[in-house]
Ligand binder design. Sequence first.
Ligand code: GP9
Ligand code: MN
Length: 691
Amino acid sequence: MIKLTRTKMILILSAVIWLETLMVYYVDFKLGIEGPLQGIISIFNPVGFILLILSFANFFVRKKSFVISLMVLFTLETILLVANVIYYREFSDFISINTMLSAQKFNRAMGKSIVTLISPHDVIYLLNLILVIGLPFFAKNGLLSIPIRVVNKVALSCFSAFLVVLNLAVSEMNRPQLLGRTFDQTYIVKYLGLNFYMAYNAANKVNEDTEKNKVTTVDIDSPLQETAKVYVQPNKKYYGIARKKNVIVIHLESFQQFLINMKVNDQEVTPFLNSLYSDKNTVSFSNFFHEVGQGKTSDAETMLESGLFGLPTGSFFNKLGPTNTFQSAPAILSQKEGHESAVFHGNVGSFYSRNKIYKNMGYNYFFDQGYFEQNENSNVGFGLKDKLMFKESVKYLEKLQQPFYVKYITLTNHYPFDLPDEDNDGFVKPETQDNVINNYFLTAHYLDASLREFFTYLKESGLYDRSVIVLYGDHYGISDDRNKTLAPLLDKNPDEWNEFDDIQLQRVPFMIHMKGISGQVDNEYGGEIDVLPTILHLLGVNTKDYIQLGTDLLSKHHDSNVIFRNNGLVNKKYTVIKKSKDLYNIYDNENGQLLDIDSNSKLYKKITKKYDQERHLLDISDTVNQKNLLRFYTPVGFKPVDPANYDYENEEVQLNKTNSDLGNSSTSLYSQNNNKSTVSMYATDAIEDGN
Ligand code: GP9
Ligand code: MN
């Protein structure tokens, strides 16, 4: 009979959970582990936490207490693992504290016919049952009664904690801001392990709840009063001109305004967008800025859909989106104007918790990566190449009831801007010493070509005439630390580059394209927060009762102060950066020079007062979001969204059912085309498409 010491017992049981966790990672979960470093991290990430948890039993001196606590901890770890496996099989997601508390969903997975969710290798978990039952038996031998020396106990726990910290450090190196930006819970599990994810999720939940619980219904009063002051009257010339049209929003990933009309090696980088920019049917903005924080793409989405800002740190989508109340574009348009809504995106649906948030926003459909045909060449970076995403979307788009509100989130023009050679149609990249910059022009060029193909289809199929198409760049692609290398391509001197230039480069495109709109390049200053009221007014929806913090860009009363999430303000005349509590750098936009004025001067005081006033909008936004205040306020005529009404599985079946249920009254393009698909009208030169 083997004589086990306490330490050996803990190590053996930890090893069992560790190996089972690895089996779960590689057999049950789809973590998208790529490359050797991620592989190594994923193999070792469970160790620290498991040891830390099981070694807790060491702190019980009496043998009986030690054995019982070890049994309990080991059983808990097993339950956690098995429950996650079963839950994942149903939802492709991990258990969060919220799902445990909202019994409905949890029970759905746990209560689902066990046969459908069970897999042959689950038999291995029975081993744990045997171990637990056998534990008191092993305890009979003498050695387990010898308590571990205090130093050793502490050493084991410290060593485990050290492993957790080491894991965190290596992961942050491989994926900077892993926790700060909380891209995706899959990433947290892949890099930091399931236990870490559960603990992190629980800590966040406690944090959020303390914030939210401090709140009462009257807390909405002040944001309501303040946003009422923000609202501006729409411009009669534009109000309602897109009523009952389809809305196609195209999110241009990492696309900066400087690309528009730019030439590299005598070639236009984005010839199609250039033509659109000055088209007689496009209102284009030349002084439009992104306003995202760490949540980047998701912050842009937050502003455009909800009219509120992202958070000061992290992504609102991940942190609060899954549980917050929204009054956002898809629900407003569905309720006011009858739009059916959908999102198309080539990445997995769990990224930025989109698969949860879109339900809270009232999106009828979300077509993520899994809905698109893929092969070994179709993906790059985060997912499906744009040309294929657009093409693949059409079989769903044509079946949406019109008018529809759809959003396309492009992906290929994303850091590090990789594009296989065979996808290059002959574009010659610039040759700076920074390959990221060089490649950026190539992927932007590719994105441009994918848009041309999509527009051609829209025209072919007739959708074009019935749609307003909104395009915007979500945020920078070239980060500030690369701007000096970029400068010569923009005909700027890198030695003179400064913070003023960095801010000016945060311009991104914003274009509204619609047949019959009186097109022009509008030099008004604005930012992403202004898009929602602008679009809603074009569609003839009154925004007065909504808590939205931007102002209609087409209104004569538009507020042209643009505030950045983490510092800075730009308006028609000045660019202001706060350096410390009472020190502001104020630049004159006309010449880029620092204003040489005394901090006691009237002008300085006026500008800095305005700065603080405008930035107060961020505080209002944070209060509304962090306290989830929209749950206490429902605008007149708006029905709160029930996320349970939306299901993003088997969406093709849902679409077909709606089309056939509606019969002759179906307004989808497909129905209008006598139930004939328009997919063959889509032409792409993407090589993966067999061309
Ligand atoms: C991921 C994509 C990129 O799905 O939207 O997000 P980003 O890294 O730009 O925030
Ligand atoms: Mn982005």
